[in-house]
Design a binder for this molecule. Structure first.
Ligand code: NAD
Length: 344
């Protein structure tokens, strides 16, 4: 029966959303989850193969920006909370054309906020049903060699993707201040782990290496990102959703700052160890030989680093996955997916 309380998850067919649903449906078998996803080029129901069998999980295809449809979901289901992962997520695409980023990331978020507000206001529960916005450290802009972003660092987005995510956060906060809605925001650093779309850095490094193609790294490869294993992020979201304070933002970091070139070199070394055989046709002694520096991304942010003492101190979270272990697990997952594709 649809009137059972249901947690609405958006964008759950993507990378982080699918890992989160996998985690959450196991962790809370008595909580009903409704996943809505537009299934853009980035959404893949294959990410949810196992989850799909679980009785507390349902999926509906649609757009978070489709007002009539979103309203009908709040009418049909008793939505107890929203965790909004749905977004256009690739910076390079936003540099090519940012229209879809405004539609999904800004207007989509606003449509969800409006529908939730209307429904929860009618129920007299606007201040106890929670809207959790999944955001990124990119909203803070770019850092030099030193320093970290804290939750009070002013937003200074520098590409259309981060501008759209920052804008969404402002709307989320405004619904908290203006209407008394229970909202919370989490801003995480770069995630890594299974099920990320092929276009992103780590899957690209792995597939290009295995296929003997040049591994493209922007600029001088010195751009620094902090890497967070996706499972650690999922536990952080669980904590923030259940225990975070209303109207607050929480930064979530992995404590693993890596330059892009070091990241590529480490993955290549793991591949050298794990699957040396695919090097043979290309007469190279290491997959590292395939790394090629390319013209830099426009407006490429130099360094991100998050100060996540707040979630550690207030909510007792800390990352559990060792970076090398996480990277090894990630590499093994993409290699096995790649092998499966070869045999199809
Ligand atoms: P992703 O691109 O892998 O997945 C996004 C999902 O959202 C896809 O399944 C897509 O079909 C869906 N979607 C897009 N537009 C939609 C719309 N209008 N309506 C419904 N569904 C729609 O992205 P991801 O890496 O899993 O990121 C998820 C969230 O986390 C995003 O909000 C992103 O900004 C944020 N984030 C990502 C990272 C990271 O490292 N990947 C870091 C910090 C924050």
């Amino acid at each position: 029966n649809n009137r059972q309380q249901t947690l609405l998850i958006t964008g759950g067919a993507g990378f982080i959303g699918s890992n989160f649903i996998d985690y959450f449906t196991k962790q809370y078998p008595d909580t009903q989850i409704l996943n809505i996803d537009k299934l853009t080029y980035a959404g893949n129901l294959d990410n949810l193969r196992e989850v799909d069998q679980r009785p507390n999980y349902r999926f509906l295809q649609g757009d978070i920006g489709d007002k009539a449809w979103i309203t009908s979901i709040f009418e049909e289901y008793d939505i107890s909370g929203v965790i909004n992962f749905a977004a256009e997520s690739h910076v390079d695409r936003s540099i090519e054309d940012s229209q879809a980023f405004v539609e999904s990331n800004v207007l989509g978020t606003l449509t969800l906020l409006d529908a939730a507000k209307k429904d929860w206001e009618e129920k007299g529960e606007l201040d106890i049903r929670r809207f959790h916005q999944i955001s990124t450290d990119e909203v803070y802009g770019s850092l030099g060699e030193v320093g970290s972003f804290s939750e009070t660092t002013p937003y200074n987005p520098r590409n259309p993707y981060s501008a759209s995510k920052a804008s969404a956060n402002f709307f989320v906060k405004s619904f908290g201040y203006t209407y008394g809605m229970d909202v919370v925001i989490s801003s995480s650093s770069n995630n890594y782990g299974p099920r990320q779309h092929q276009e992103k850095l780590i899957p690209t490094i792995i597939s290009h290496a295995l296929e003997g193609k040049q591994i493209p790294i922007y600029g001088d490869g010195g751009n620094v990102r902090d890497w967070l294993y996706v499972d650690d992020h999922c536990r952080a979201i669980d904590l923030i959703y259940h225990k975070g304070h209303t109207l607050e933002s929480y930064n979530v970091g992995g404590g693993n700052e890596q330059t892009n070139k070091d990241m590529a070199a480490q993955i290549c070394s793991l591949l050298d160890e794990f699957v040396p055989e695919y090097r043979q046709p290309y007469s190279i002694s290491s997959y590292r030989d395939l790394i090629k520096f390319t013209e830099d991304r426009k407006g490429h942010d130099r360094r991100y680093s998050v100060d996540d003492r707040k979630i550690k101190q207030e909510l007792g979270w800390k990352p559990a996955v060792d970076f090398h272990e996480g990277l090894k697990k990630t590499m093994e997952w993409y290699v096995s997916e790649w092998k499966n594709k070869q045999t199809l």
